[in-house]
Design a protein around this ligand. Structure first.
Ligand SMILES: Cc1cc2nc3c(=O)[nH]c(=O)nc-3n(C[C@H](O)[C@H](O)[C@H](O)COP(=O)(O)OP(=O)(O)OC[C@H]3O[C@@H](n4cnc5c(N)ncnc54)[C@H](O)[C@@H]3O)c2cc1C
Length: 378
């Protein structure tokens, strides 16, 4: 078994790890990542074509400064070449104005002075005639929202990291890591790696480490569904932005129809099937996966006669409060943890990569991440 020496090692080159590797390499650090599968694979949490991005964040006000930085970094990443990553198509947020989601959204727009329009059912009907809103619902149009092409983002980070000199060991599994002196030793199924710093960004595979640190996280199965069929052209990009529907306490989100798969729709906060072993994620369509989504399609997208074109299973890694964990490892200061992104992390991938890099190399970050520290679970 060979031994290789790096300044920094990243475990897992998915959404967050590929971004961290890019930022490490951009700072001139000799860095590598170990990734169990291929770059932009479909076995973790960063696949399924698209991810919603928005700046107004009712989940916690402290995410907004992170999003300002994330947006800047997405622009920089796009400017570094290649195809567009961020489709700036806007976002429609619809729901009962009395719900926590809609009230929180409005408060967030006001608190952070973010651009938005408030639309009632009539105004919405004028603008999006084939999107049907119950008369007692209202909507916000958020011009800063849109979607990221998720696999392209992962690939771009990985490709540019390589261009800056980083190494990626694909199809290789990290079996263990330990602190040694001021640094770390990592054993993979092929080699031993030594480094000054280690970034753990293992997605759903981080659950056992989170448990060990007292965080009762869990990985859950989530299904994304794509529909074509008669009428789908009325919901294509240009006719409709991305959308988020707070249907009572049930949240759904989706993307305008695109070739070849059509309109994508998924539920956010219901049906959390726990995945004990991420390697055994059930990718088959289950009888329970579709009915609620079909119900939303029939009520909000009446011009569509839906035909299922594609489904994809993916995992959320939920922490108890559904906020991320970004922190230095309490038992080993050479190790930084980025985990528990709780089904809403991808839009932050650029800034998370930068934060993980700063924590690893500088021992601190410029970003306000106190609310994401491990001590909140103590
Ligand atoms: C269905 C769905 C919809 C979502 N929608 C949105 C959205 O609209 N907007 C948004 O912002 N976010 C969204 N998210 C959340 C977002 O996609 C995730 O938070 C983010 O992708 C998590 O990235 P990650 O790097 O933590 O995990 P991953 O991308 O899964 O990366 C972890 C990587 O670690 C590797 N790995 C693990 N263990 C090892 C090991 N021992 N050795 C080597 N490699 C290892 C894995 O193979 C994997 O590639 C959604 C998530 C899902 C599942």
């Amino acid at each position: 078994m060979g031994v290789e020496q790096y300044d920094a090692i990243v475990v897992g080159a998915g959404g967050m790890g590929s971004a961290a590797l890019y930022h490490l390499a951009r700072r001139g650090v000799r860095a590598c990542a170990v990734e169990r599968f291929a770059i932009a694979h479909d076995r973790g949490s960063s696949h399924g074509d698209t991810r919603i991005i928005r700046k107004a964040y009712l989940e916690h006000p402290d995410y907004v400064p992170l999003l300002h930085r994330a947006y800047t970094l997405w622009e920089e990443l796009e400017a570094e070449g290649g195809e567009e990553l961020f489709a700036r198509v806007g976002l429609l947020l619809a729901g009962d104005p009395g719900t926590e989601a809609m009230r929180g959204q409005e408060a967030c727009y006001r608190q952070h002075d973010l651009p938005h329009e408030t639309l009632d059912a009539d105004e919405l009907a004028n603008r999006y005639p084939d999107f049907s809103l119950p008369p007692d619902y209202s909507a916000f149009y958020d011009p800063l929202g849109g979607f990221l092409r998720v696999e392209d983002c992962v690939r771009r980070h990985a490709d540019l990291a390589r261009a800056y000199g980083a190494v990626i060991y694909e199809g290789e599994v990290v079996r263990s890591w330990r602190g040694e002196g001021d640094g770390v030793v990592v054993e993979t199924d092929r080699r031993r790696l030594c480094a000054d710093r280690l970034i753990l960004s293992a997605g759903a595979w981080a659950v056992p480490e989170l448990h060990r640190l007292g965080v009762s996280a869990r990985a859950v199965r989530k299904v994304q569904l794509w529909y074509g069929g008669r009428g789908v052209e009325r919901y294509r990009q240009g006719e409709l932005p991305c959308f988020f529907i707070a249907d009572g306490e049930h949240y759904f989100y989706g993307f305008p129809a695109q070739e070849p798969w059509g309109l994508k729709l998924a539920e956010h906060n219901i049906s959390h099937d726990v995945v004990d072993n991420p390697l055994e994620l059930d990718c088959e369509l289950r009888p329970n996966d579709e009915p609620r989504v079909l119900d939303v399609l029939s009520r909000f997208f009446p011009a569509l006669e839906p035909q299922l074109k594609k489904h994809v299973a993916c995992m959320y890694t939920l922490t108890p409060d559904e906020h991320f964990v970004l922190d230095i490892h309490p038992e080993c200061p050479a190790v930084v943890l980025g985990a528990g992104f709780s089904g809403h992390g991808f839009k932050f991938a650029t800034v998370v990569g930068e934060i993980l890099t700063e924590l690893a190399l500088d021992g601190k970050t410029r970003q306000p991440i106190e609310f994401l520290g491990l001590s909140r679970f103590a």
